[in-house]
Design a binder for this molecule. Structure first.
Ligand SMILES: *Cc1c(COP(=O)(O)O)cnc(C)c1O
Length: 421
C-alpha cells in the first residue's frame, strides 16, 4: 500500500508496517482479499454492537436509500428522524425529551456544550465554565479536546484549548476526593456543566468507577444548578450491561450524548438528548435565543433508518440476554488473570474487560503498543491496547470459543512482553 495517498487516523505512517486492506466484514470478523479473517475484538473502535453488517440494518439502509437521501433539516423533517426521536426518548433515562441530531461523537459533545452555555445565557444567568473528569476523552475537535485529558495527543493544539476545571478520577477508595472537588468547583455557580463518561472512561485506559459516584455527582450538580452532561458515546447501547450506563446510577442527566452504537456501528449518526427545560430556554419569540448549530448531514435519513433498525433489533432479538451472557463470559475470562504476575488491575463493567500489562514503560507512544498490536494481528486478532492497557470490547455476537482464544493470546502476550513486579 506504499502508493496509497490516504492519511490514516492516529497513525504514524513512518513507523506503521503495511496497512491491511479489508474487503468484507461479517459478524465479528474483518476479511482480507486472500480470505484471511481477523477477529474484531474492539468492535472497530467501539462502534459495532450486534456484529458487522447486521442484515436488518443493511436492509433498512437499502430500503430507505430507494426513497430518501440527505435533505436539509432546518425547516424540513422526515419520518425516520421523527420515529427515531420518539424511540430514543423512550429508551433514554426519563426526562430527556428533546433530540438534536448530528453525525459523530465529537459533534454530539460539541452540541451538548453549546446547549449548556446557551441555556444559561438564555435564562439570563450566564455561566461558561465546564467541569471535567481527569483522564476523560470526549473527542478530537478543538472543543472536545478542551474538555478531555491533555497529553501528547493534543500538545500541539494546546494553545487553542479552553480552560476547564478538573475533578480527580474517582479511583477505588478515593471517590470522596472527586465529590469534594466537584462540590468546591461548583459552589461559586460559574460552572455551566459537568461532563462525564459514566462508569467507564474509554480512551483514558478503560478506567472504571462505580455507579454510586455518578449518582452523587448528579446530586452535587443539582444542588448548585450545574448541568450534568453524560457522554455515553462509548458506554451506550449495552456496552456497560444496560442500555445506557446512567441507568445503573438511577439518574437522568440533563444532556446525554450518543453515537457509536446508535446505528449498530454501521453508518455515522449521533444524537444529543436534552431535557425540556434546556429546549424551553431556547424557545422564544426572540430569534437570538435560537440554538445555532447544524451539520450538513444532520439527521441523514438513511442513517436514521439504520438507527431505527438497531432499535428494532433491541426490541425483537434477545440482545439484553446476549449482553448479559457476554458480560458473564468477560468476568470469567478475567478470573484467569487473578494470579498472573504479568498483569494487574483486571476489571470489567458489562461487556468491557480490561487489564494492565506490567511493563517498564507505559504511555501510548511506548513501543510496546505497536508490538502488541502486531503480536495479536499475527494471530488473526484485532486488539489495540491503550498504552499498556489490554482490553476486549467485542461485538455481542462473539462466541465463547472466540473469547477463549482471545484470552489465550492475552496470556501469551503477558509472557512475551510483560515484566513481573
Ligand atoms: C469515541 C468517543 C467520542 C468521539 O466520538 P467520534 O465519533 O470519534 O467523534 C466522544 N466521547 C467518547 C466517550 C468516545 O468514546
Amino acid at each position: 500500500m506504499s502508493q496509497s495517498q490516504v492519511w490514516h487516523p492516529f497513525t504514524q505512517h513512518a513507523l506503521e508496517p503495511a496497512i491491511p486492506e479489508i474487503v468484507r466484514t461479517e459478524g465479528a470478523y474483518l476479511c482480507k482479499a486472500d480470505g484471511t479473517r481477523i477477529l474484531d475484538a474492539i468492535s472497530s473502535w467501539w462502534v459495532v454492537t450486534h456484529g458487522h453488517r447486521h442484515p436488518r440494518i443493511v436492509k433498512a439502509i437499502e430500503t430507505t436509500a430507494a426513497s430518501l437521501d440527505q435533505i436539509i433539516f432546518a425547516g424540513f423533517t422526515h419520518e425516520p428522524a421523527e420515529r427515531l426521536a420518539k424511540a430514543l426518548v423512550g429508551l433514554a433515562p426519563a426526562g430527556l425529551d428533546r433530540v438534536f441530531y448530528s453525525d459523530s461523537g465529537s459533534t454530539a459533545v460539541e452540541v451538548a456544550l453549546k446547549m449548556a452555555l446557551g441555556y444559561f445565557r438564555n435564562i439570563d444567568a450566564p455561566r461558561s465554565r465546564i467541569v471535567v473528569m481527569e483522564h476523560s476523552y470526549h473527542g478530537d475537535t478543538i472543543g472536545t479536546m478542551s474538555v478531555g485529558a491533555r497529553g501528547v495527543f493534543n500538545a500541539a493544539y494546546e494553545p487553542l484549548l479552553f480552560e476547564v476545571d478538573t475533578i480527580p478520577f474517582p479511583a477505588a477508595g478515593r471517590e470522596q476526593e472527586t465529590l469534594d472537588r466537584f462540590e468546591a468547583v461548583s459552589r461559586d455557580r460559574r460552572a455551566a456543566a459537568l461532563i462525564v463518561e459514566p462508569l467507564v472512561l474509554g480512551a483514558g485506559g478503560m478506567l472504571m468507577y462505580p455507579a454510586w459516584v455518578v449518582a452523587e455527582l448528579k446530586k452535587i450538580a443539582e444542588a448548585s444548578g450545574t448541568l450534568l452532561i453524560a457522554d455515553e458515546v462509548m458506554t451506550g447501547w449495552g456496552r456497560t450491561g444496560t442500555m445506557f450506563a446512567c441507568e445503573q446510577a438511577s439518574i437522568s442527566p440533563d444532556i446525554l450524548c450518543t453515537s457509536k452504537g446508535l446505528t449498530g456501528g454501521v453508518i455515522p449518526l449521533a444524537a444529543t438528548l436534552a431535557t425540556d427545560a434546556i429546549f424551553q430556554a431556547h424557545y422564544s419569540q426572540d430569534r437570538r435565543k435560537t440554538f445555532f448549530h447544524s451539520s450538513s448531514y444532520t439527521a441523514n435519513p438513511i442513517a436514521c433508518a439504520a438507527a431505527l433498525a438497531n432499535v428494532e433489533i433491541w426490541r425483537d432479538e434477545p440482545v439484553a440476554e446476549r449482553v448479559a451472557d457476554l458480560s458473564a463470559k468477560q468476568a470469567a475470562g478475567l478470573r484467569r488473570f487473578r494470579d498472573n504476575p504479568f498483569f494487574s488491575d483486571s476489571r470489567a463493567t458489562g461487556t468491557i474487560a480490561a487489564l494492565d500489562l506490567r511493563t517498564g514503560s507505559a504511555g501510548y507512544l511506548a513501543e510496546i503498543g505497536p508490538q502488541l498490536r502486531a503480536f495479536f494481528l499475527e494471530r488473526g486478532l484485532l486488539v489495540r491496547p491503550l498504552g499498556n492497557v489490554l482490553y476486549l470490547l467485542p461485538p455481542y455476537c462473539i462466541t465463547g470459543d472466540e473469547l477463549d482464544g482471545l484470552y489465550d493470546a492475552i496470556e501469551e502476550a503477558g509472557e512475551r512482553f510483560g515484566a513481573k513486579p
